[in-house]
Write a protein that binds this ligand. Structure first.
Ligand SMILES: NC(=O)c1ccc[n+]([C@@H]2O[C@H](COP(=O)([O-])OP(=O)(O)OC[C@H]3O[C@@H](n4cnc5c(N)ncnc54)[C@H](O)[C@@H]3O)[C@@H](O)[C@H]2O)c1
Length: 252
């Protein structure tokens, strides 16, 4: 028996790097996967790339309440009740000290990670089977912080608060809720952040981070997906209300 046999799994930001790595892994483990992302053409291409009869997708903005309700309904219509929610959609924002940080960028970052995770959970929970699992995407920046990343660090700390509330609210239904905290991942999202940090650090940010991370490298997206699979499956059946770092030891 596979870890997610017949389970319906909803992944927001599902067409992105970690979202796709997780979708692939979930499908390998027997799941039925609905990916949600902003753009219909991108979602269609992602579903085509997954090339699996149990992969489906829908375009939606997780910051929009009506669109969130619609993608939850689309998931239930396509696959029946939801077992696993991976609220993964996120954007980085800018690099600037708080005194210079643009208000509109701050609002956009919070809208996707915080409001988006809140709305996804709010609308998915009534359609979840008892005994399911919710994984909220945070970051190593949800456990520590560095200068210049106010919106990102605040948003990633905030989802930990949401996780703690939900873990207690949903325990009577045996729905477990946890956050995952990747360190720098070798993908386009992180490369773009590192190129903005080059000038701030006055050095190559990729090499700088590899030096700071005790395991001396970035994560592969699959290594993050492995953590999500653990938190989503019965392998973590007594784990709720907790934060799982997948960061090569960076936060220590
Ligand atoms: N890459 C890293 O190093 C790293 C480290 C820690 C945490 N994270 C987090 O992992 C998550 C996934 O990041 P990734 O590295 O796969 O980057 P990515 O950019 O490849 O994936 C993010 C996805 O979210 C989607 N998205 C953005 N706004 C959305 C919205 N309003 N509604 C629906 N979808 C939306 C994007 O279109 C994209 O496909 C993010 O929350 C990110 O903050 C990434």
């Amino acid at each position: 028996m596979k870890g997610l046999d017949g389970k319906t799994c909803l992944i927001t930001g599902g067409a992105g790097s970690i979202g796709m790595a997780t979708a692939r892994l979930f499908l390998e483990h027997g799941a039925r996967v609905m990916i949600v992302d902003l753009d219909q053409a991108v979602v269609d291409a992602a579903v085509a790339a997954l090339a699996h009869p149990h992969a489906s997708g829908v375009a939606a903005d997780v910051g929009d309440a009506v669109q969130t309700q619609r993608f939850v309904e689309a998931t239930v219509e396509r696959f029946d009740k939801i077992d696993v929610v991976f609220a993964n959609a996120g954007i980085f924002g800018s690099v600037a000290p708080v005194t210079d940080y643009p208000d509109d960028v701050f609002d956009r970052v919070m809208r996707v990670a915080v409001r988006g995770s809140f709305l996804t959970c709010k609308h998915a929970i009534p359609h979840m089977r008892d005994g399911g699992s919710i994984v909220l995407m945070s970051s190593v920046m949800g456990l520590m912080a560095d200068p210049g990343v106010a919106a990102y660090a605040v948003s990633k700390h905030a989802v930990v608060g949401l996780m703690r509330v939900l873990a207690k609210e949903l325990a009577p239904r045996h729905i477990r809720v946890n956050t995952i905290h990747p360190g720098p991942v070798a993908n386009a999202f992180q490369t773009s952040i590192e190129r903005s940090l080059d000038t701030v650090l006055n050095t190559d940010a990729t090499a700088f981070l590899d030096n700071v991370i005790p395991l001396h490298r970035h994560a592969d997206p699959v290594e993050v997906a492995n953590g999500v699979l653990y938190l989503s499956s019965s392998m973590s059946s007594f784990v709720t209300g907790t934060s799982l770092p997948v960061d090569g030891g960076m936060r220590g």
